[in-house]
Each structure stands twice: as C-alpha cells, then as structure tokens.
Design a protein around this ligand. Structure first.
Ligand SMILES: Cc1ncc(COP(=O)(O)O)c(C=O)c1O
Length: 372
C-alpha cells in the first residue's frame, strides 16, 4: 500500500533523540527546545517561536495570548480541520464561518466583512493543503476593523504569500508538527510572532502561568509544553527543511503533468502570487471523470493506493448541528465548501514519495476511469 503520508526521518533525528535519552533530558527542559524554536522562527523570518504540544494547543495559546475571551467572535473558514473551530470554543469565543473561494479553496475574503460585528476580535485564515490565503485582502479588512490575524498555518510550512512565509504575515502564525506534516515532531506545534508582548504571554501561558515566587499563579495557564525529545526531532527536521518542502512541490509537478490529460480530474490551485507547498496533493473528481469520489477512493485502496477525503465542512459537523450556546453560529449555507467535500480527495503526498509511486498512483486512476 502506498500510504497517504508518512514522516521522512532521514537526518539526525535518531542521533538527537539518543542524546536526549543518554543525557536524561526528556521533559520540556533541555537544549533542543530553544534550538528548535530558533531554527523554526528563522525559517519563518519571525522574531519569536514558542514551541508547544500540538497544533491545536498552538491555536488555543495564540487566541489566549491576544486576549480572546468569552463572548468574542472569531472568523474562521468553514472548510477546515475541526481544530481551528475548537480552539475558538476552548477560549469561550464563538467561531463565525466563512465559505471558501473556488480558485484557492481558502476562506473567501469577499465574504468576511458581512460577518463582522462589534464582537468580532480576530480573523483566522487557514492555508488549505499548503496554498496561502489572499492575505493582503484579509489584512486590509483586519486593519479597517481593528482585528487581529491568527494564521492557522498547520498545513503550510514554507509556503509563500508573495515574498512572505505563511505564519509570518498576521499577528501570530500557528503550526502543527503532527506525523503527517511537512516538518514533523510526531506530535507538536509552534506559534511564531514578531510581537514581543504576545511571545512573552504565550511562553507564560504555555507553562501553567508560573511566575516568581513559584506556585503563585496570577493567570489561568495550561500545560502546553513540548518535550525535549520532540524538539530534538524538530531540530533534525529543520536541517532538511528546504528539501522536505521542495520534495512536496516536485511531487505536485509530476502529478500535475501526469494528470493533465485525465479528463474530469481538477488538479490543485496555485495563484501567481502564491507558492503552494502541496502539504497534501488534493484533486477534485468532476462529473466528467465518470466515477464518483467515494468509488474512486475504494477502488484505489483495492489497488494499493491510499487516499483521504477532503475535510468535512464545519457547518455539517454533527457536533455543530447541536443547539449549544457555545457555538450558535455554526449552521448555514456554504456551497463552495460543500462542493469541495463532495469532490475532493488527496493522493499519496509524503516528501519521501518516489517518481514510480506517483506514476503508479496515476496509472491506477486511469485504469479505474477506463472501467478496469
Ligand atoms: C488546519 C489545521 N489546523 C490545526 C490542526 C491541528 O494540529 P494538531 O493535530 O497538531 O493538533 C490541523 C491538523 O492536522 C490542521 O490541519
């Protein structure tokens, strides 16, 4: 089976993890945390990096660090992974959904302003599958209405909006280093920012809001710390970061080329102003393909090619259909998001994927189209 995604651990990962164990530094104290934070924030061209336990806690920490509180509204895409919405709810704020745009699959900036109220405090654009959002438009709206921008860059390590890395464009960028991410620590996350105050606050809240004297707490903090072992893997990943990103892009180029002639498959977007890093190589299965998405996925599995469906939109999530005062605004009509779910799947996308594996995946797609 060609998996949808597996980590690429071909550098100093083992050596650095061994060092943690041999030196007894396995908790969240230890040299690798700072080294990883420095390297990753440098990679994003931001001043500060604050490592944490996963991408979801990065989002929550970011919202807490900019002072999001009960009753606030935070604008998020409808088409995302549920962690974006959940982080808002963990901060007792309300997620407000925005439909996607056809051309990038991301939050449609044209639809944001009509959802802004006097309770709106932040916008959380998410760079879907590695393609950046149209950030100038989102920044203009945020400036006009005095809103913070928290980028959910969980899927877009290394992607560029114009000349800038995703995660470095808004007030805070949030990353995930889950096992399927372009840069991974198994589980892990990081927030990056240029704002010293936000960085300080995030460091404080990440660690139970410990102050001096110890065990006296003035704020509600969390244990969102990353371990030295995770950071050791992260540092090794950073030594190959550019290569890990470029491999994803090369995979996409080959897929694009091979799928060009296959009628009914829409290949992923890349706007002129964007560098898509194709975290996942997503395609849309159109009517003209002749076989529906679910059937294609099943048949590919039988032929040894693993795939995943696109996200299930937030407004369709069973939990968000419930009558619950914590999320009263999660229903409604989001047609582009529905369309993406209906047609979208992603193909094997690991950085370690070989040319032969990509060719094999496309051959099987063609076979299925031809009824074999
Ligand atoms: C867009 C988005 N946001 C947040 C997350 C959450 O990251 P984690 O699984 O590390 O908590 C993910 C994870 O895949 C994601 O895709």
């Amino acid at each position: 089976m060609i998996p949808v995604c597996e980590p690429t651990l071909k550098g100093n990962e083992l050596k650095y993890v061994e060092d943690c164990i041999k030196t007894n530094w396995i908790s969240s104290a230890g040299k690798y945390i700072k080294l990883f934070e420095e390297k990753f924030s440098e990679f994003c061209s931001t001043k500060y990096g604050i490592a944490c336990s996963n991408g979801t806690t990065a989002l929550h920490l970011a919202l807490e660090s900019i002072g999001i509180k009960k009753g606030d509204e935070v604008i998020i895409p409808d088409f995302t992974m549920i962690a974006t919405a959940n982080a808002v709810i963990y901060s007792q704020a309300r997620p407000i959904l925005i439909d996607s745009e056809d051309k990038t699959w991301n939050m449609d900036p044209k639809l944001i302003e009509e959802k802004i109220t006097d309770k709106t405090k932040a916008i959380m654009p998410m760079h879907t599958y590695g393609h950046p959002c149209d950030m100038d438009k989102i920044k203009n709206i945020a400036e006009k209405h005095d809103l913070k921008i928290v980028e959910d860059a969980a899927e877009s390590h290394g992607a560029l909006y114009k000349e800038k890395k995703t995660g470095s464009i808004g007030d805070i960028g949030c990353f995930s280093f889950y096992g399927n991410k372009i840069i991974t620590t198994g589980e892990g996350g990081m927030i990056v920012t240029d704002d010293e105050k936000i960085a300080e606050k995030a460091r404080l809240l990440r660690n139970h809001a410990f102050t001096k004297p110890r065990f006296i707490h003035n704020e509600l903090g969390f244990n969102y710390r990353m371990t030295n072992i995770q950071a050791a893997i992260g540092l090794a990943q950073m030594e190959n970061a550019d290569q890990l990103v470029e491999s994803r892009i090369n995979n996409a180029r080959l897929y694009n080329e091979l799928l060009k002639e296959v009628e009914g498959i829409t290949t992923p977007p890349e706007e002129d102003w964007a560098k898509n890093v194709y975290w996942m190589y997503g395609v849309l299965v159109e009517k003209e393909f002749g076989v529906k998405k679910e059937e294609l996925m099943e048949k590919l599995k039988e032929k040894g090619i693993d795939t995943r469906s696109f996200f299930y939109p937030m407004h369709l999530q069973p939990i968000f259909q419930e009558d619950d005062e914590r999320f009263p605004d999660t229903k409604g009509n989001y047609p582009v998001s529905d369309m993406l779910y209906e047609k979208g799947l992603y193909l094997p996308s690991s950085s370690s994927l070989t040319e032969e594996q990509i060719k094999e995946a496309v051959e099987k797609i063609v076979e299925i189209k031809n009824g074999k």
